[in-house]
Design a protein around this ligand. Structure first.
Ligand code: 9WN
Length: 434
């Protein structure tokens, strides 16, 4: 399995970047690149570092790390022309990107690369540490951008302006806020290319959803991608509890790295403060009895309570009272989630099978995602819950044992869905097995 995973990463490597998948996603995605670089570290630390260097070279001048760094390939829609970011004053030089961001997992990847390199050789360790030192300020600026531009209300949650920013594009989490996004008659026409790459359109978001995705891009273009104007004008503005939990984890991870590498003490203290604030916001969003965290529709002022994997965000970053936290962990283990008797692998589906929103094969509305399993397993290790960490690893390996490196899996049959040979799936398999 590990050898095949390595082959997937090599096959998807264009030289300077590993595409998210061979056909469906022929470009670099921000959070994919972070996971991919960890997998690459098992094969070649220099190549892992080069991957993140490519991503950081596309960082916008105001600090945002964009969600897609485009290659020359034209088989993906929306491509750079539709995004229209070439006109944004703060865009990076010499590379074309999208105009939104994705979950800030990058500091976690750098930490992991350093750990992996330290286990292989002195040379690798030096290479990884030198990179961490070089990348630290860029990552600090990225985190500062989130604090400056994406914490717009008193909930303290990190806000997203597009479902794509959550990484969980069509999750039922976004149904209510998307219902209020009404595409204008001047939405330029377009043709979806994603449906040409999957067996069944039922595995992907619907056309109605795509209209809304494209309409939000149109609104951002009209705001010239100015970060504050985008937040003011976007029809979609939601405090994302999962992104907030990842941000808390990443701030603490970056602060820890900064302490080791002797970085600026004031900036390290800021990161610790941002982590504490984000953790408190996640805890505050949680239902007081069940501990399930909720997103917040900032436009309507309503809490959103879809039964999705994001509800377990407090387990990633902590912050709940101990009794509520252990209740939340029991829910995760229960038949409504990982303990459902008919699951092929005992890892949480993206939506609870007992929820009316559950759809076993549609993307973020039911299938299990190896990369999400990895993230929870990693967090459980940090939180010193070794039993859960090793169960997630073992069951994660079971989930992907067909060897096709699916993007996501049908929870009851184990059928791989979306793309096969998906790079981040191969990367987390390497981390589980090596
Ligand atoms: C839009 C690349 C990306 C992942 C996302 C996943 C999917 C894109 C798409 O693929 O999103 O960004 O076209 O569907 O939802 O999490 O980063 O793997």
């Amino acid at each position: 399995m590990a050898a095949r995973a390595a082959l997937v990463l090599r096959d998807n490597d264009t030289g300077s970047l590993v595409t998210a998948s061979p056909k469906l996603y022929p470009h670099m995605w921000s959070w994919d690149a972070a996971f991919i670089s960890m997998g690459l570290a098992y094969l070649d630390v220099r190549r892992a570092v080069a991957e993140l260097d490519t991503l950081l070279a596309a960082q916008w001048r105001d600090g945002m790390i964009p969600h897609i760094v485009f290659t020359q390939d034209t088989d993906y829609f929306p491509g750079p022309d539709r995004w229209g970011t070439d006109a944004a004053p703060q865009r990076p030089h010499g590379v074309r990107t999208s105009g939104i961001c994705q979950p800030p997992v990058h500091a976690i990847a750098v930490r992991r690369i350093v750990e992996i390199a330290r286990k292989t050789s002195q040379d690798d360790a030096e290479e990884a540490e030198a990179f961490a030192e070089r990348a630290w300020s860029s990552l600090y600026r990225w985190h500062r951008w989130i604090v400056r531009h994406r914490m717009p209300d008193a909930s303290g949650l990190v806000a997203i302006v597009h479902g794509w920013e959550s990484g969980m594009d069509n999750s039922p989490r976004w149904d209510e806020p998307y219902a209020a996004v009404l595409p204008g008659p001047d939405l330029p026409p377009y043709m979806r290319l994603d449906l040409l790459q999957v067996d069944d359109p039922g595995e992907r978001p619907s056309d109605d959803e795509y209209d809304r995705y494209l309409w939000l891009i149109e609104q951002m273009r009209r705001a010239d991608y100015h970060p504050d104007r985008v937040v003011e004008t976007s029809g979609f503005l939601v405090g994302d509890v999962f992104v907030t939990a990842v941000f808390a984890l990443a701030c603490d991870t970056l602060a820890g790295l900064g302490e080791e590498l002797d970085q600026n003490a004031e900036e390290i203290a800021e990161l610790r403060m941002w982590a504490a604030r984000a953790r408190a916001a996640v805890a505050l969003s949680a239902h007081p009895e069940t501990g399930m965290a909720r997103d917040r529709d900032i436009r309507s002022g309503r809490w959103l309570s879809a039964e999705t994997i994001a509800g377990f965000s407090p387990l990633l970053c902590g912050g709940l009272p101990a009794d509520v936290e252990s209740r939340l962990m029991s829910t995760l283990d229960s038949p409504a989630w990982s303990g459902h008797p008919d699951l092929l692998a005992a890892v949480p589906p993206s939506v609870s099978p007992s929820s009316p929103d559950f759809d076993a094969k549609r993307y973020w509305r039911g299938p299990q995602w190896p990369v999400v399993t990895w993230l929870f397993g990693w967090a459980f290790e940090q939180r010193n819950w070794p039993r859960h960490a090793s169960e997630f690893r073992a069951q994660g390996v079971h989930l992907v044992s067909d060897g096709s490196f699916g993007e996501y899996y049908e929870p009851f049959t184990g059928k791989p869905l979306g793309s096969t040979n998906q790079s981040w799936t191969a990367a987390v398999v390497l981390d589980w097995l090596c």
